[in-house]
Design a protein around this ligand. Structure first.
Ligand code: AHR
Length: 496
C-alpha cells in the first residue's frame, strides 16, 4: 500500500507553540507522592524531589505543567500547602477519597518546576471556593511584596515571585462528579468575576475558562457557548479534555480515535467563533487541550468505593505499543490545529495515566507513550505544515472510513520533520513525499516505534522492552522522499 504527501512552506498552519508539549501534575494517586516527590528516595534532592524523575521529565521535553488538579482542585484550600510543614493540616481529599498531607504545596511545586525547567500552569478552585481565594492565590504567587499575601510568601522562604502566567479557572465544573458542580450560567458568571479579580492583581496573566469535561457530555456545545458569553472579554482560552481507550477489543477504531479529537477541536473552534460573532468581537478565543491521553477508564472501578489512603495506586495504566501509536496520532492532531490550539497537557506526568512510572524507593521507567511525546517535543519546531496526504483508507466501526496514514510536518530553517502514523495493524505503508518546494533536502534519520507484538509494555523491572529504533531505507531521489512505515507504527522522518 502507498500513501503520498507534500512538503511545502506555503502550506503553513501556524507556529509550534512549545506549550503544546505540556503535562499535568495532580494531587492524585502517586503522581505527587512517590512520583515527583519522595523524600528518602536514593535519588531525592534535599527537598525530596526524585532526581531520576526530574531527569526523565527533562528528557520528555515538557514545557508547561498544570497543577494541582484536576478534580482535586475543586476541594483544595491552597493555603494548606504553605508555611512550615509541621503546621500543615492533613485533609480528606473528596475527589479521590485520599488522605492529603499537604507536604507539597504551591511553593514546593514552583521549586520543582524550576528544577525541571517547566512553567507552572496553576488552577484555582472554583468548585468550593470563589473570587476572593483565587485572587489571593495570584497575589501570593505573583505580587512582588509589600502586601499581606505576597509578604506571607516571602516569610515562607520565597523572596522572588513565582511569576506564573497561565491560570485555569477551575476544573470540569460541568461534571456532576465535580465537588461544587455548576450550571453553565453559574460557572460563567463566577469565572468572569474571578478572572477580573485575578487580573486586577496581575494584569499580565492569561486565563483558561473550563469547557466541557468531554465531547460526550449532554451539555457539550451549549456549555461552551454560555460560559463564553459571560467570559469572552476576560479569558484567553477555553479548555478541552479527552481520554481514549480501546473498547471491546476494537483496535481498528481505537487507532482512529484522533478523528474524534479532530472533530472535537473543530466543534469548539466553531462555538468560540459563533459567540465571538454574536458579541461582535474581533478577538479570537484559543484552545487549551489541558487534559488528553489514553486512559483505560473502564478498568477503574470509580472513586466512591476507595478507602481513604495516602498516595494510593490509582489508574496506573501500563501502556503498550498500540497506545503509543494512538498518542502519536493525538500529537499529530494537536499540531495540525496549531492555529487555534496553543496549550495542551498530557494527563498526567508520573504514575497516574503517565509516561513515567516509578516504584516507591525503587526505579523508574519510560512507558511506551513517553517516546512519541519526547520526539514530538524535541523535533516539532518552527512552523507546522499541512501535508495534504492521500492515503488508503480502512473501515472502522466507530469512525467509518479512516485514512491509514495520519501525518503532519514542521519546518524550522533547514530542518523539515515529518511525523506520521501507520494505522494498519497488518501491513507496512509506503510513503512518498513531494519535496519540490523544499529542494536539496536529504534524510537525516527515520525513527520509528513499532513492535511485532503491539501489546508489549515497559515496566520498572523491564524498562527497555519497547523503544524507538532507527530504520534504514528512507531516502531522497530527485525531489521525492520515499520511506516505509512499519505496520502499527509511529514515525519521525528528519530531513535537512
Ligand atoms: O486526570 C484524571 C482526572 O480526569 C482529572 O482529575 C479530571 O479533571 C479528569 O476527569
Amino acid at each position: 500500500k502507498q500513501a503520498q504527501l507534500k512538503l511545502d512552506p506555503d502550506f503553513a498552519i501556524g507556529e509550534v507553540d512549545r506549550r503544546l508539549f505540556g503535562s499535568f501534575v495532580e494531587h492524585m494517586g502517586r503522581c505527587v507522592y512517590t512520583g515527583i516527590y519522595e523524600p528518602g528516595h536514593p535519588t531525592a534532592d534535599h527537598e525530596g524531589f526524585r532526581g531520576d524523575v526530574l531527569d526523565l521529565v527533562r528528557e520528555l521535553g515538557v514545557s508547561v505543567v498544570r497543577y494541582p488538579g484536576g478534580n482535586f482542585v475543586s476541594g483544595y484550600r491552597w493555603e494548606d500547602g504553605t508555611g512550615p510543614r509541621e503546621d500543615r493540616p492533613t485533609r480528606l481529599d473528596l475527589a479521590w477519597r485520599s488522605i492529603e498531607t499537604n507536604e507539597v504545596g504551591v511553593n514546593e511545586f514552583a521549586t520543582w518546576a524550576r528544577r525541571a525547567g517547566v512553567s507552572p500552569m496553576m488552577a484555582v478552585n472554583l468548585g468550593t471556593r470563589g473570587v476572593r481565594e483565587a485572587a489571593d492565590l495570584v497575589e501570593y504567587c505573583n505580587h512582588p511584596g509589600g502586601t499581606y499575601w505576597s509578604d506571607l510568601r516571602v516569610k515562607h522562604g520565597q523572596a522572588e515571585p513565582h511569576a506564573i502566567s497561565l491560570w485555569c479557572l477551575g476544573n470540569e465544573l460541568d461534571g456532576p462528579w465535580q465537588t461544587g458542580h455548576k450550571t453553565a450560567q453559574e460557572y460563567g458568571r463566577l469565572a468572569a468575576e474571578a478572572a477580573k479579580a485575578m487580573r486586577q492583581v496581575d494584569p499580565g496573566i492569561e486565563l483558561v475558562a473550563c469547557g466541557s469535561s468531554n465531547s460526550a457530555m449532554p451539555t457539550f456545545g451549549a456549555w461552551e457557548a454560555t460560559v463564553l458569553e459571560h467570559t469572552y472579554d476576560h479569558v484567553d482560552y477555553v479548555s478541552l479534555h479527552a481520554y481514549y481507550e480501546e473498547f471491546d477489543g476494537d483496535l481498528d477504531s481505537f487507532l482512529a480515535c484522533a478523528q474524534d479529537m479532530d472533530q472535537f477541536i473543530g466543534a469548539v473552534v466553531a462555538t468560540c467563533d459563533h459567540v465571538g460573532a454574536k458579541l461582535r468581537r474581533r478577538k479570537k478565543i484559543r484552545l487549551s487541550f489541558d487534559e488528553w491521553n489514553v486512559w483505560y477508564a473502564r478498568r477503574f472501578p470509580g472513586h466512591e468505593h476507595l478507602e481513604s489512603q495516602h498516595a494510593p495506586r490509582l489508574i496506573e495504566d501500563n501502556y503498550h505499543v498500540a497506545d503509543a501509536v494512538v498518542v502519536g496520532s493525538l500529537l499529530i492532531t494537536l499540531l495540525r490545529h496549531a492555529d487555534r490550539v496553543s496549550v495542551a497537557c498530557q494527563a498526567q506526568l508520573a504514575n497516574v495515566i503517565a509516561p513515567i512510572l516509578t516504584e516507591p524507593g525503587g526505579g523508574v521507567c519510560r512507558q511506551t507513550i513517553f517516546y512519541p511525546f519526547a520526539q514530538a517535543a524535541r523535533f516539532a519546531r518552527g512552523t507546522v505544515l499541512r501535508v495534504e496526504p492521500t492515503s488508503p483508507r480502512y473501515d472502522t466501526a466507530r469512525f467509518g472510513e479512516v485514512p491509514l496514514l495520519s501525518a503532519v510536518a514542521t519546518q524550522d530553517g533547514e530542518e523539515v520533520t515529518v511525523f506520521a502514523v501507520n494505522r494498519s495493524t497488518t501491513e507496512s505503508l509506503g510513503l512518498t513525499a513531494n519535496l519540490r518546494a523544499v529542494p536539496g533536502h536529504e534524510v537525516v534519520e527515520h525513527l520509528a516505534l513499532a513492535e511485532a507484538d503491539h501489546t508489549l509494555t515497559n515496566t520498572v523491572a523491564e524498562p527497555d522492552r519497547v523503544r524507538p529504533r532507527v530504520l534504514a531505507g528512507a531516502s531522497v531521489t530527485g525531489d521525492v522522499l520515499t520511506a516505509e512505515l512499519p505496520a502499527l507504527s509511529w514515525n519521525v522522518i528528519r530531513l535537512r
